[in-house]
Design a protein around this ligand. Sequence first.
Ligand code: HEC
Length: 174
Amino acid sequence: MSRFSRWIPVGMMVAAVAVFVANGIAPARDKKGPDKAALERTREQVKMLDDLYKTAVVSITNNYIEGQASTPAASVAKDVFEAMHKKGYHTARLIDATGKPKNKANVAKTDFEKKVVEQMKDGKAYYEEVGQVDGKYVLRVGTIVPVVLKQCAACHGKKEGALLGAIVYEVPIK
Ligand code: HEC
């Protein structure tokens, strides 16, 4: 037995311990993810917000919008989104999925927003990811915004039922 071959088993043991440490400790921390019950509560919260915002937008459009010159419900939604953000609850953004937004500021910007647009174009109505902001878990969700009324169609130049955009949420999981 050469001087080197005698050290091979020791080398293998060191390597095995190193692999064990790497697999056993580091990924365990990454895999932990958010608390399951908290994640469920956050999903429920987003679902509620989504119903609330969409019901408000449709009702405003039905009751107050009289033509292309009217202030769109989207402007009201933006004000409310901003207020909710300022108060520290969550962020929400109305984004475009047509490639021809009424306002260029509404194009998808972040990787997540771009992913949401891709998913909506693929026929999905909902897409979510768990992410982290400053070491804390957040739930990111995108929900579909189609042409639900003929008034939407009149301003946006799309047929009823067509995909217009999405609302993208980022809500802390707690
Ligand atoms: C009176 C015209 C008008 C009507 C009606 C209208 N919109 Fe809009 N919409 C706009 C304008 C203008 C913006 C840009 C607002 C901004 O960002 O300041 C916009 C923005 C949007 C956006 C963001 C992407 C983009 O194009 O900028 C979506 C999605 C959207 N509207 C969906 C809808 C839906 C759904 C309806 C029907 C419930 C609707 N809109 C009705 C004028 C309208």
